[in-house]
Design a protein around this ligand. Structure first.
Ligand SMILES: [Zn+2]
Length: 82
């Protein structure tokens, strides 16, 4: 009887502790996310995108024509669907 109660108590304490740890972890993650969003943290530099190649320019991925004679044009390669 007493043993049963003790076991139950231990189990409860253990569960609570785990829950607390999870909460702390979650808070830390949230804090990091908030820090990234705004405030005094350094501003994120915009990702530099390469200027879009012209449709007749050689594709920036560098693929060659199957016969190897020249680079594929953008419109023949990655720009096919755009
Ligand atoms: Zn390409």
């Amino acid at each position: 009887m007493i043993n049963g109660i003790r076991e139950e108590t231990v189990r409860r304490i253990y569960t609570i502790r785990i829950r607390k740890e999870q909460t702390i972890e979650r808070k830390a993650v949230a804090k990091n996310a908030a820090a990234n969003v705004g405030g005094e943290v350094q501003k994120k530099k915009p990702v530099k995108k390469a200027p879009r190649p012209g449709r007749n320019d050689p594709c920036p991925c560098g693929k060659m024509k199957p016969d190897g004679s020249r680079r594929l044009k953008y419109k023949e390669c990655c720009g096919k669907n755009s």
